[in-house]
Design a binder for this molecule. Structure first.
Ligand code: GDP
Length: 291
């Protein structure tokens, strides 16, 4: 039972000791996540549910503007996802190969998710943060002008493949379109595209190219807001509200709930791992799927 008078989401955090007991028995939570679960409530919310933490600062009338409860996993679900992202002898997480074109891409049976975003949005940093429980994974960065940018494929155990797409630049967005279009349009096992937007500056003209592409191909995609540690709370809230409005009014295929993250503080990383585990069908056995 949630403590009386608390919103259900926050009340859930008061159940932590019991939840933690269950988590430890059932899923042998990683040590890192066990430490997260020991954090004081406010810090835990900020780290694991950053949108929920931001919502506290909205005036009551506009609270409905964040779609917080569409993906609202329990701490046990998040712990399960952590184990999927933890490299072990049985759960190999590794870089597989790179490709410049779809016909060079490895033929992989598992569900796939891909990450796209303009150069400097924080894509490599985010992927490194997602793979922090697999420290041997090398996230390759190819930023030198003139160097061919490639799609990089990473295997996450028997669960799914994560694809790091080339960043699209300010000067040559058409290169990105050529390289990525076929992949997005034709990759059969692509389950979800994660479109990264810098939370400091919001949606830029070049981001619209990726949005339009996802919309045109009717892809299910998700907006991830990077670098949330960089702004003041006021500025971040303003940006998040603007982006939320954009998603609500200008998109069809975008998942309505935003995923704010920081690769520096790790805020939002656990929730994003859980969402990826869910949409690739790997939390199914738990009896739910949100999306
Ligand atoms: P990419 O070009 O999209 O792969 O971007 P990078 O991951 O290389 O990040 C671009 C710059 O933003 C680098 O200087 C990173 O250190 C910085 N950066 C990336 N993510 C974050 C973040 O979450 N917080 C902060 N403060 N800086 C970040």
């Amino acid at each position: 039972m949630a403590a009386p008078g608390l919103r259900p989401g926050l009340g859930r955090l008061f159940e932590m000791p019991a939840a933690l007991g269950r988590v430890r028995r059932a899923y042998s939570t990683s040590q890192a996540f066990a430490e997260v679960l020991r954090l004081p409530k406010k810090q835990l919310t900020k780290l694991v549910f950053p949108l929920q933490e931001l919502e506290r600062h909205l005036v009551p009338d506009s609270k409905h503007e964040f779609h917080l409860k569409i993906f609202d996993p329990s701490l046990e679900d998040i712990a399960r996802a952590e184990s999927i992202f933890t490299a072990t002898a049985q759960n190999r997480i590794e870089y597989l190969s790179s490709a410049e074109r779809l016909d060079h891409a490895p033929a992989l049976p598992r569900p796939e998710v891909c990450f796209i975003g303009r150069s400097n949005v924080g894509k490599s940093s985010l992927i490194k943060a997602l793979f922090s429980l697999a420290p041997d994974v090398e996230v390759r960065v190819s930023k030198k002008p003139g160097h061919t940018k490639k799609m990089n494929f990473f295997k996450v155990g028997k669960y799914f493949t994560l694809v790091d797409m080339p960043g699209y630049g300010y000067r040559a967005p058409e290169d990105f379109v050529d390289m990525v279009e076929t992949y997005l349009k034709e990759r059969k096992n692509l389950m979800r595209t994660f479109l990264l937007v810098d939370s400091v500056v919001g949606i830029q003209k070049t981001d619209n190219i990726a949005v339009e592409m996802c919309e045109e191909f009717a892809l299910p995609y998700v907006m991830v807001l990077t670098k949330i540690d960089k702004s003041s709370k006021g500025h971040l809230l303003k940006q998040v509200l603007q982006i939320q409005k954009f998603v609500d009014t200008k998109t069809q295929g975008c998942f309505p709930q935003l995923f704010p993250v920081s690769a520096v503080t790790y805020s939002g990383i656990h929730l994003l791992r859980c969402f990826i585990a869910d949409i690739t069908g790997n939390l199914k056995t738990h009896g739910f799927q949100f999306s």
